[in-house]
Design a protein around this ligand. Structure first.
Ligand SMILES: Nc1ncnc2c1ncn2[C@@H]1O[C@H](COP(=O)(O)OP(=O)(O)OP(=O)(O)O)[C@@H](O)[C@H]1O
Ligand SMILES: O=P(O)(O)O[C@@H]1[C@@H](O)[C@H](OP(=O)(O)O)[C@@H](OP(=O)(O)O)[C@H](O)[C@H]1OP(=O)(O)O
Length: 421
C-alpha cells in the first residue's frame, strides 16, 4: 500500500493508442486483460495518462479518455452523468453572477459526445484537458468536504462513504484520493493512489502536499505556492458567499508543471533575490526595490491566524525611507500597490477579515498583472472538478461542508507559504 508506481523519466507521450495502455506511467489498468479490451476506442483517442483518481476501467466503468486537447469523461452512471451535464450546461450559460464567476473555476466545457467503447456507444462529457499545456504535469485530486454522500444516497452508500478517509475527512474536511508528481530530485514520475490517500491523516497530509510540491528536501517554491493560493483564495471568496450549489464528493484539481519548477531551481536556486521584472513580482513582499536599493516593507513573509507578521523597520532611517517611499509612490505599479497594501495592514488586527481579503486580492492582483503581461508565466492552477453530486443548495444555505474543506486546505498552503523561499 502506498506509492503505487515510480516511472523513470523522461516519459515521451506517444500518440499511439497502444502505447497509452502499455506505458508504465498508467498504473491503474489491470495490465493483462482489460487494457486489451480498452483498446476498443477510436484510433484518435488514448487513455488519459494524467488521471490520478476517480473511476477507472472496471466492468462497466471506464477511465478518462484523451482526445485532442480535451478529456472525455464517460457517463456510466446515468443519474450522476445527467447531473454533471446539467451542472456544466447551467454554468456555461451563466445567467447570473454566481455562475458567471464559477465558470472561471471549472474546466471549459464542450458539450457531450458519443464514443464507441468496446463496441457500445457511450455518452462522454467533453472538458478542457487541464494538463495539456504542461510538459511534466503534477496533478493532485483533493476531494472536498467531510460529507461525501449526496441527499439521495442509500444507507449502504452512506456507510461506505463514511468508512473511507476517516481521519483526513474528520480533521481536515478533505481527503486526497490520488496524485502524481514528476520528482525533480530523482527524475522519476511517482503516482500515489487512493489506497495511499486512505492512510493519510492531519499529520501526514502536509507531508503528502510537500511530496506533491517537490518540497520534501527543500523549502516549497514560493512562486508555486502563491499561484496555488491565488486560485484557492478566489474559490474561497466565491464559496463564502454562494448559495446556489451544495457539492458532495467534488474535488479540486491542483496542477503544475514540474518542468518550470526544475528550470527555476536550476537557474535560480534563490529566486527571491532576483531583481528582474519577471521574477520580481514573486519576490517576498518583505523587499521592494527603489532606485536599485532594497527597501523593507515590514512584512516578514509569515501569515498566521491573527494575520501577517509585520516587522516595522527598526532603524529610524529605514522607517523614514519606508514612509517616504509609500507617500511618494502613488503610481499604478503593482509592486508599489503591494507595498501600500502592506502598509495598511498595520491596522490589521482591527479588521482582520477585510484586510486579509485585500491582502489576498493583492496577491491575486500581482498574478493578474503577470497574466496580462506574460500569460505563459503561469504554470500552476487549481480548478473545481467532478460535479456528479452537485445539488441545488438546500434552504438557500452556504455550503459549509465544502467551505470548511477549502478553508483548511488554504490554511495548510498558507503554512507552506511561511516555509517557502
Ligand atoms: N478537466 C480535466 N483535465 C484533466 N484531468 C482531469 C479533468 N477532469 C478530471 N480529470 C482527471 O480525472 C480524474 C477523475 O475525474 P472525476 O473526479 O471527474 O471522475 P469521477 O470518476 O467522477 O471521480 P469519482 O470516482 O471520485 O466520482 C481526476 O482525478 C483527474 O485526474
Ligand atoms: O461505487 P460508486 O457508486 O461508483 O462510488 C464510488 C466509490 O465506490 C469509490 O470508492 P472506493 O472505490 O474508493 O471505495 C469512490 O472513490 P473515492 O472515494 O476513493 O474517490 C467514488 O468517488 C465513488 O463514486 P461517486 O463519487 O460517483 O459516488
Amino acid at each position: 500500500m502506498g506509492k503505487s508506481e515510480v516511472v523513470p523519466m523522461p516519459i515521451h507521450k506517444q500518440d499511439s493508442l497502444y502505447a497509452g495502455c502499455k506505458g508504465a506511467a498508467f498504473s491503474l489498468v489491470d495490465p493483462v486483460e482489460e487494457d486489451e479490451e480498452y483498446l476498443e476506442i477510436p484510433a484518435d483517442m488514448q487513455l488519459f495518462e494524467n488521471q490520478v483518481a476517480g473511476h477507472m476501467i472496471k466492468g462497466k466503468q471506464y477511465g478518462m479518455i484523451k482526445h485532442k486537447g480535451t478529456v472525455l469523461k464517460p457517463i456510466t452512471k446515468p443519474k450522476c452523468g445527467q447531473r454533471e451535464v446539467e451542472f456544466y450546461e447551467e454554468v456555461s450559460k451563466a445567467s447570473d453572477e454566481t455562475r458567471r464567476e464559477l465558470k472561471d473555476f471549472v474546466p471549459k466545457y464542450f458539450g457531450t459526445v458519443k464514443v464507441p467503447i468496446k463496441g457500445t456507444e457511450i455518452d462522454c462529457i467533453v472538458l478542457e484537458d487541464l494538463t495539456k499545456h504542461y510538459k511534466e504535469p503534477c496533478v493532485m485530486d483533493i476531494k472536498i468536504g467531510r460529507r461525501t454522500w449526496d441527499p439521495t444516497a442509500t444507507y449502504e452508500k452512506i456507510v461506505n462513504e463514511e468508512a473511507k478517509y476517516q481521519d483526513s475527512k474528520r480533521d481536515l474536511a478533505f481527503c486526497i484520493p490520488g496524485f502524481q508528481v514528476y520528482q525533480i530530485y530523482n527524475n522519476q514520475l511517482a503516482k500515489f493512489d487512493k489506497n495511499y490517500g486512505k492512510t493519510l491523516n492531519k499529520d501526514t497530509v502536509p507531508l503528502a502536499l510537500k511530496t506533491f510540491l517537490n518540497a520534501e528536501t527543500s523549502p516549497p517554491c514560493r512562486s508555486l505556492i502563491v499561484q496555488f493560493l491565488a486560485s484557492l483564495w478566489r474559490i474561497q471568496m466565491w464559496a463564502r458567499k454562494q448559495r446556489t450549489y451544495h457539492f458532495y464528493s467534488s474535488s479540486l484539481l491542483l496542477v503544475y508543471d514540474a518542468r518550470r519548477l526544475r528550470e527555476l531551481r536550476k537557474t535560480d536556486p534563490k529566486p527571491i533575490l532576483k531583481l528582474q521584472r519577471s521574477t520580481s513580482l514573486y519576490r517576498p513582499l518583505s523587499l521592494a526595490v527603489l532606485n536599485n536599493e532594497k527597501i523593507s516593507t515590514g512584512f516578514s513573509g509569515q501569515l498566521t491566524k491573527e494575520g501577517p507578521i509585520l516587522r516595522t523597520p527598526t532603524s529610524p532611517t529605514k522607517l523614514k525611507q519606508f514612509d517616504d517611499y509609500v507617500a511618494k509612490n502613488r503610481s499604478n505599479n503593482v509592486w508599489q500597490k503591494s507595498i501600500r497594501t502592506l502598509k495598511r495592514t498595520h491596522s490589521f488586527q482591527n479588521d482582520y477579515d477585510k484586510d486579509m481579503q485585500s491582502k489576498r486580492q493583492d496577491y491575486t492582483y500581482i498574478l493578474d498583472e503577470l497574466c496580462t503581461e506574460q500569460k505563459s508565466e503561469l504554470w500552476a492552477t487549481v480548478k473545481m472538478i467532478d460535479f456528479a453530486h452537485a445539488f441545488p443548495a438546500e434552504k438557500y444555505q452556504i455550503d459549509n461542508n465544502y467551505l470548511e474543506g477549502i478553508n483548511n486546505l488554504i490554511r495548510l498552503f498558507e503554512e507552506l507559504l511561511v516555509e517557502s523561499e
